[in-house]
Design a protein around this ligand. Sequence first.
Ligand code: ADP
Ligand SMILES: N[C@@H](CCOP(=O)(O)O)C(=O)O
Length: 291
Amino acid sequence: MLTVRAPATSANLGSGFDVFGAALERPADVVRLSRADRTTIEVTGAGSQFIPEDPEKNTVGAVAEALDAPAHIQIDKGVRPASGLGSSAASAAAAAVGLNELYDRGYSREELVPIAAKGEAVVSGDAHDDNVAPSIMGGFTIATESGVTQIDADIPLVACLPDIVVSTRDARRVVPEHARVDQLVETVGNAATLTTGMHRDDPHLVGRGMHDTVVTPARAELIDGYERVREAALDAGATGVTISGAGPTVIAACEEPAQRAIASAMLDAFGERGVDARAYQTRIGAGARVF
Ligand SMILES: Nc1ncnc2c1ncn2[C@@H]1O[C@H](COP(=O)(O)OP(=O)(O)O)[C@@H](O)[C@H]1O
Ligand SMILES: N[C@@H](CCOP(=O)(O)O)C(=O)O
């Protein structure tokens, strides 16, 4: 038997829709795998009552099939589903890394990214790589058709998860089909600024580069209190704030000493709207680890 811990991730980071992602130090899924004649799945932990154990409907089932590696897979969810923290991707990433080792398939971490993304296709309708890439490879990742670029960035973050459910599938339906040229120009500038910030471990550049006027405003409508929470985090010292993945988690970049105040301001702002929430004081961390 083999155990894998795969981290939650924050995709998009504002200006990098379907491309940027970051591995978070916490929370994480813990997945135990043992060889079997056919794949069976057991799920416990955060939100497990909403996660199917049928291998055709669970992200890990698609990964086991893609690797031709049937197994008994026990998933202990630390990452709540439909959170915007790459919940479905964390399990898929853990399964890809674990089954690759259990069956001695010999794939590199980068080669495992499109395999784990097959799991994402099962739940969100298409195989976006931006959550599985950081969950497998760690750090900040830029996932494109031609491969994954990874930077071992170290940026403090606060991820505030409200008690609201936003499914990635639904949130993909509100993404605008077109953007104006001036918005594209702005997006390229912001994405380049954010990437430079990751390279320099500079939370100010990362925060500035999170700004996005294309996808984020449309999705903010799905998160009760988003604008107020964003303002509260900025007032408390955040260097940038945006929606994590498809939401509803709101993510803030910051200097480490401001983390606690930002977490508390975000929780209060959701509280004012009558929305319960929890805040993770976290940072960009490592990828999936095998025990
Ligand atoms: N192993 C898994 N972990 C979490 N969710 C899963 C898993 N397998 C299938 N799902 C389904 O995926 C959906 C959650 O995925 P998604 O909406 O992308 O949330 P998140 O933003 O947290 O990844 C839920 O409908 C859930 O039932
Ligand atoms: N790029 C995707 C990322 C979805 O992330 P999740 O954590 O909400 O599953 C999107 O924005 O749709």
